[in-house]
Design a binder for this molecule. Structure first.
Ligand SMILES: [Zn+2]
Length: 103
């Protein structure tokens, strides 16, 4: 059985980051899961949820599409030097507004 801890933190953060850059907007659980075809979908979803709770990602882990994007802290953790944009969801969180941010 594969577990969320079998997925490397830095590696999946880079998958999310690259997917965001490609799309020009936040990523989705489905897109990230496609890159981890050897893992069940729910394991990839659980991994993203854990990274959300550690403050490394913004997004939503309710089972919707996710809208994942790295936080400043997440980019630092993954060793990303250049931010492709300021994560707009972080601004909302800093204002004390909670819940998923929609485009
Ligand atoms: Zn949701």
């Amino acid at each position: 059985m594969t577990k969320a801890s079998d997925i490397d933190d830095k590696e999946i953060l880079l998958v999310v980051e690259n997917s965001c850059i490609e799309r020009g907007i936040w990523s989705n659980t489905t897109i990230v899961a496609e890159k981890y075809s050897e893992f069940p979908f729910k394991v990839v979803a659980a991994k993203l949820s854990k990274l959300l709770r550690r403050g490394l990602l913004t997004g939503c882990d309710c089972g919707c599409r996710g809208d994942w994007e790295l936080t400043k802290q997440g980019r630092e953790f993954a060793g990303i030097q250049v931010e492709w944009r300021d994560n707009p969801a972080e601004w909302f969180i800093e204002q004390g507004l909670v819940g998923p941010i929609r485009d």
